[in-house]
Design a binder for this molecule. Structure first.
Ligand code: PEP
Length: 231
């Protein structure tokens, strides 16, 4: 199972270091068969001797250059960061990243050999338009992405489930994951209000290869419980 924590714009360099120490100590007691990832804010990126994979929440498709406010490959390489989150709904819908920009970013970081956790997911109005509209929307978000890339991980995260406490039913997750698995034979995570109390049921679904966790990952005990739910 893959269990990934997305801190978003939360935590500091110091609190991330404390979190990483606690997480490493926990992982050392078991769970070596799981892949645990943490995406801290860019200011907390560091080089960790750890079995936990630390990734970037975002970076610009450049080695370096005149892109005020952005970080590029050079800044990630300093800390040996080899994993990146691309296409998160907040980047698409809050920060206005287009599919074209997202595809360009994917190509750039694929070229650099990164593991890409590529997020897709539909807003509520699309979900309410029926399953054909939903699958068309998700397919469009996969357009231009090299689905055969061996370091690609897909995260299905319905926008309406992110940070809301709402989740699709297990049957719905299964249905959508099964349909996605026909399009892309890569590990497929579910994300959207995963909590200690629903993680076990979600990860028990046959086509769920792991979870991407936002809010509940900020509390180390909750995140540990979610990792424990892989058992
Ligand atoms: C996310 O932002 O990727 C996410 C899944 O958030 P949350 O768990 O808070 O819904």
């Amino acid at each position: 199972m893959i269990v990934a924590a997305n801190f978003k714009t939360n935590m500091t360099r110091r609190s991330t270091q404390e979190y990483m120490r606690a997480l490493e100590a926990f992982i050392a007691t078991g769970h070596s068969e799981d892949t645990v990832m943490v995406f801290p804010p860019a200011t907390a990126l560091d080089r960790w001797e750890s079995s936990v994979i630390v990734g970037a929440q975002n970076a610009y498709a450049t080695h370096h250059g005149a892109y005020t406010g952005e970080i590029g490959l050079e800044q990630l390489e300093e800390f040996d960061i080899r994993t990146i989150l691309i296409g998160h709904s907040e980047r698409r819908h809050v920060l206005g990243e287009s599919q074209e920009e997202i595809v360009h970013k994917c190509h750039f970081y694929q070229e650099a050999g990164f593991t890409i956790v590529y997020c897709i997911g539909e807003p509520l109005e699309i979900r309410e338009s029926g399953s054909d509209a939903l699958m068309e929307y998700l397919e469009a978000q996969l357009e231009g992405i090299d689905l055969g890339y061996r370091n690609l991980i897909i995260a299905y995260e319905p926008v309406w489930a992110i940070g809301t406490g709402l989740t699709p039913s297990s049957d719905d997750i299964l249905l959508i994951h099964n349909a996605l698995k026909k399009m892309v034979q890569r590990p497929l995570l579910y994300g959207g209000s995963v909590k200690p109390n629903n993680a076990r049921e979600i990860m028990a679904l046959a086509s769920v290869d792991g979870v991407l966790v936002g809010g509940a990952s900020l509390n180390i005990d909750d995140f540990k419980s979610i990792i424990q739910a892989t058992e």
